[in-house]
Each structure stands twice: as structure tokens, then as C-alpha cells.
Design a protein around this ligand. Sequence first.
Ligand code: GLU
Length: 266
Amino acid sequence: MEQNENFRRVVVKIGTSTLTYPSGKLNIRRIETLVRVLSDMRNAGREVVLVSSGAVSAGTSRLGLEITDRTTEEKQALAAVGQCEIMRLYERLFANYGHTVGQILVTKDVVDDENRLKLAKSTFATLIGFGCIPIVNENDSVSYEGIKFGGNDTLSAYVAMICDADLLINLSDIDGLYDSDPRKNKNARLIETVAEINDEIMACAGGVGTNRGTGGMITKLKAAKIATAAGIPMMILNGRDPRILYNVFDGEHAGTYFAVKEKVEA
Ligand code: GLU
């Protein structure tokens, strides 16, 4: 991994299956640890942006409904409820450590439209300049297929681009990218560094993830492709214990690191 001092502005993405229990209820212990670590990173001088999923899941449990396949309309309504629940918790927990959060909900058309992109960029820059921690999610309640990112893995890569991040970290429910599915093959090997996301690497990604998030390894690799092409390295780490972020910034190796391809001078 490169010198960790270079990673001043860091986007951390955390997925639904890491933030919530299988019942859909928020995993408060994990969220508390995440907030403590991110607050400490901020205190240490890093700029932090959090991309948090979990709105649909939290909304489902808040309304006492079963976690099951829901229609798009239902998910949009559940996200409206769950987003409040999540932000209320983040706001309170970050405030305990003296930090202020700002919520930004985005849809894909923000990155497709030059003017809206410019506005989004300046909002992120201003919020970060105020010393706040932006917390981002897709604006699920008003997104339809045409303007959807299609999951927060993709969204996080665009957020990293919008706020000109130095590093994107994807906190997942798996240790990183394996050369085959570790749930099926006990000899599967963790790939520590990926220099180029080629067909061979894409072939390592199995199917989709849990029934509570929308991602799997494929969407994470696609996100890594978008980020690294924009000059931003990405890591996949196991978010089971968010203190793993300390290891990364202490220079220890963890998870899978997707390097930015060096440009060969002509
Ligand atoms: N935006 C969705 C939510 O907050 C999650 C999307 C994803 O899991 O990638 O529930």
C-alpha cells in the first residue's frame, strides 16, 4: 500500500449487511464502533465522508415488517422511514465525539448533469471545509430505474470522484477479494493487491451478496474500476470490526487493495 499519509480525504462505504442484523434492526454496537473510529480519524486530521446503506432495512424493522422481497414502491417508502432512523443515530453518536454530520442524498442524474455535478462538488467541498462529516445515501425514495446508481457500491465510487477523495474504503461482510468463493472453497486465497481489474479478476467475483444489501463482489469490482480509473485507489475490508480502519492507517496490510494503474509516460 502507498504511504498512508497520502490518504487525507477518505470515503468509507458501509453496507446494509454490516450495519444491520439479519432481522433488519440496526447493529448499534457496530455503528457505535464505526462512529468512534471515524471520529478519531477526523481528529487525527483526515477528512471523512461516510456512504451508508441500511435505510430500507432499518425502515422495514422500524415498521415491524418482515424482511422479504419488497416491491420498488415499498422499498422507496421504507427508505424514507429508515433514513431518518439511521441519521438520528449517526447525528447523536457523532455529536458525542464533538462532530457534526450533514446528510446528502444523491441520484445518478447528479453525476450525469454537468451543472448538478458542479453543485454537488461544491456542497461536498463546503461541508468538508466546515469540518463536517458528510453522510451519503442514494435518494431511494425518489429514484426510479433511470436515475438509480443501482446500489451503494457504485454510488460510493462516484462520491469518491465528486469529493476528490484520496482513498475509497468499502467495508463489507467479507475480508476482501478471494480467488474463489470462500463460502464454497475452504482453500480460497485472499488477493492482497490488485494492480489491474482484468477479466481474470472479474472472474473471481461470485454472485450477489446477502438478501439485505444489493451488492456482491461484482458490484464492488465495478466500483473499484470506476474509482481507480479516476485515479482513486480502493480497498475492500471486513467491516465486522470497524477498528480495522486503524490497522490500515497504521500502515498494516488488510483486505484487498486496488491500486491505481501507473500512467506510462509516452
Ligand atoms: N440505498 C439502499 C439503502 O440505504 C442500499 C443500497 C445498497 O445496499 O447498496 O437501503
